[in-house]
Design a protein around this ligand. Structure first.
Ligand SMILES: Nc1nc2c(ncn2[C@@H]2O[C@H](COP(=O)(O)OP(=O)(O)OP(=O)(O)O)[C@@H](O)[C@H]2O)c(=O)[nH]1
Ligand SMILES: [Mg+2]
Length: 391
């Protein structure tokens, strides 16, 4: 599957930069193109120049709201983020067409952090315009949820997140949720090791996007997972997960794959990777709430057989009894068995519900504060009304 990726705001642009790197890797290792165009959009000029892989011309790193923000961001005010996006949306949509072989793309993926101003405010607006301009292509949103410590110290974090989620859910075909807090692990030296988190965020997309683009027979599975399967799966609130199981690289001559003992070990490895994919889902959710699901197994061809595929399918069916399940196999890896898992059309996501309820209480507080600021400004103008001006 080929996706045009558009990162909005600092968080979105950095994750998009990671997709550009993923595409480079697919080209170098597999001679496949998975992201024919990757763009970064921001109100902050310095953030745009800090990216590494996205092409550095103004058509790929797009500054919006320059006049209003002076190139310094919108300081977490998502209403301002939305406003500048509305004014400059044509600049973004026109730039997309510069992607080479744009017509080949299967869909769009827009990325933003929900808690900031620029990305959070602009993602619903840009999504809406792209959908209008390209009605026959799906538009997906990848939304990054804030760390707990951000929620605790700044109430605007929760408010922005709730507003962003509600707005994007009403325009995007699917909203893939990534919870920053779930990527904070003991094995990272820094709590905020954002670069590491970003690479974990994009990792599950590698095999998923590559599998349907393979041209060589030996890399094409018994059941290929192509763009159609992914498009049929992605709808509404979505979680994505990835699990890995190491396989023994060297087999003793008497160990045959078809030996029943070896086979049960194989299945066990498969289940182990599936369990990891579930426990590492990008957002906490209950698989029972999924209306659609998809799993992709990638492993060396000789490690995959119909029984493994069937056992994994049975296992997932037990965990997600209400989902239509699609699957595929991808004979690519060496020495590992990977499972990529998507749970979609989720009827409930606890964290989203929590943002909504908490914000309902915050709305009057934030509205009152905005009024107070406006009133104060008016007060100061009032006091100055008899003072002559030099202008
Ligand atoms: N995973 C990840 N999260 C990030 C990254 N950068 C920022 N964030 C998160 O994104 C949220 C802040 O959004 P930003 O993208 O910085 O804000 P912005 O869209 O640039 O908006 P303004 O700076 O307010 O104009 C916070 O919850 C951060 O934790 C990143 O590189 N990776
Ligand atoms: Mg910013």
């Amino acid at each position: 599957m080929k996706l045009v990726v558009i990162g909005l705001g600092q968080c979105g642009s950095r994750v998009a930069d990671e997709f550009a790197r993923l595409n480079k890797r697919a080209r170098a290792q597999r001679r496949i193109e998975i992201c024919p165009g990757v763009f970064a959009v921001n109100t902050d000029a310095a953030d745009l120049s800090g990216l590494a892989t996205i092409k550095s011309d103004y058509q790929h790193r797009i500054l919006i709201g320059g006049r209003k923000t002076g190139g310094h961001g919108v300081g977490k005010i998502n209403e301002l983020g939305a406003e500048v996006a509305r004014e400059d949306v044509d600049k973004v949509v026109d730039a997309l067409r510069s992607a080479k072989r744009f017509y080949e793309t299967d869909g769009f993926l827009l990325v933003a952090g929900a808690a900031g101003g620029t990305g959070s405010g602009s993602i619903p607006i840009i999504t809406q315009h792209i959908k209008e301009r390209y009605p026959d292509k799906p538009v997906y949103a990848l939304v990054i949820l804030p760390f707990e410590h951000e929620e605790e110290t700044e109430e605007r974090t929760i408010y922005n997140t709730a507003v962003c989620l509600k707005s994007i859910d009403s325009v995007a075909d699917a909203v893939i949720l990534m919870d920053n807090q779930r990527y904070v692990r003991k094995d990272f030296s820094l709590k905020n090791n954002l670069a590491k988190i970003n690479s974990l965020i994009v990792e599950p997309f590698y095999d998923l996007l590559c599998a349907g683009e393979e041209k060589k027979a030996k890399y094409i599975g018994a059941k290929t997972l192509d763009a159609g399967d992914i498009i049929q799966t992605l709808l509404g609130w979505t979680a994505i997960g990835f699990g890995k199981s190491q396989l023994k690289l060297i087999k003793l001559p008497f160990e045959r794959t078809l030996n029943f003992r070896a086979k049960s070990i194989e299945t066990h490895k498969g289940i182990q990777a599936m369990d990891e994919a579930i426990s590492e889902l990008s957002i906490r959710c209950d698989p029972k709430d999924a209306g659609r699901a998809l799993y992709l197994i990638s492993a060396p061809a000789k490690e995959m057989n119909m029984d493994l595929v069937k056992d994994l399918g049975d296992w997932l069916r037990e965990l997600a009894p209400n989902a239509i399940i699609r699957n595929g196999d991808y004979p690519r890896e060496r020495g590992v068995l990977d499972i990529t898992l998507i749970l979609s059309e989720l009827s409930d996501v606890g964290k989203v519900r929590k943002y909504y309820t908490q914000s309902t209480d915050l709305v009057p507080v934030i509205k009152r504060r905005q009024k107070e600021v406006a009133a104060k400004l008016q007060g100061i103008e009032e006091a100055a009304k008899d003072i002559p001006s030099l202008l």
